[in-house]
Design a protein around this ligand. Sequence first.
Ligand code: ARG
Length: 389
Amino acid sequence: MRKVILAYSGGLDTACCVKWLSDRGFEVICFMADLGQPHDFAPAKKRAKVAGVSKIYIKDLRQEFIRDFIWPALKANAIYEEKYTLATALGRPLIAKYLVDVAHKEKAHYIAHGCTGKGNDQLRIEVSSMILDHKLEIIAPLRIWEFKTREEEIRYLAKHKIPIDVTKKKLYSIDENIWGISIECGVLEDPWREPPHNAYRLTASLASAKSKQVYLTIGFKAGVPVEINGKKYPASDLIKKLNAIAGAFGIGRTDLVENRLIGIKSREIYEAPAAHLLIAAHKEIESLVLDREVAHKKQKIALDYADIIYYGLWFTPQKKKLDNFINKTQKNVTGTVRLKLFKGGFYCVGRKSPYSLYKKELATYGKGDKFDHSKAKGFIKNWARPYLK
Ligand code: ARG
């Protein structure tokens, strides 16, 4: 029997995929990844069983996700189109890596996913798995099957007595992991319309956000956050804690009309409180410890790095090349940032580092100034020289 490894979330689409693939003569093996999304695997497992799955792999990938995907993106300060901190996009290559792994283990020749034909995720999963093993064949049921609407999928499951909780009307399409939430569809498809309160789940609205401001420090070591308010936390606890603290202030929401790789524009909203704090804080340490030219180069690389992630090019030589450069720059990105959180936002109000290049005696306009002002004139003359007639 032909074996297929399906990236399975347990939702309506992938539940239909299990049945649809097994109806077509496949032995279906499901792979479920724990990337820190809220989950209850039990009903998803049950659903898959009734739908005809032969085996289910559930893997806790949180550590690897943070260490090998989130931290590199943070070191790069990667933000797509100035707003999206890339939670969904970062998770896909990792899922692809494990689809390929399980396929090898199970000696399967096919992998499958529940992405539609017009999103970025199909591309990220497929490009990544092709790079890792181009011999595997990829099946994307949603691009080819007969169902046109959600209702048709629900009817299909009902017909085969596959249990699914569809009592609540699904208002949005949501993808979540520890680095953030992506929300699309429904009323959000009108870019003029303000996202309704019920679209958000991780962040408080301005009306209900905490109004008492607080100070918070985040400690970094070699580009990676390790402490909150002087206390050390394991990586996933640190991110979770920052999500909770900043989320209560309504921090980390963005609303973006983005350019998909597939060529269309789409309006999506995102919640990523920890990612917003951490990227801003990380940049603050860099502002102290990187020399000017490396700092400017890094700003440009941040854009390229975000595009690489968004475009599904994680397992490519260009990404590795950028990592080599970025990792070298992070050696001294150690120190502490002081943030002030308030209703709806935050400021960085202080930063310090044992590797700081900031020299008060050169910067000061007060007493103790050691800067040699007399050298400025000649420097300016030569700086201007190429443009002088
Ligand atoms: N637009 C984002 C991206 O391409 C998020 C897509 C997430 N999918 C979802 N079902 N909301 O990375």
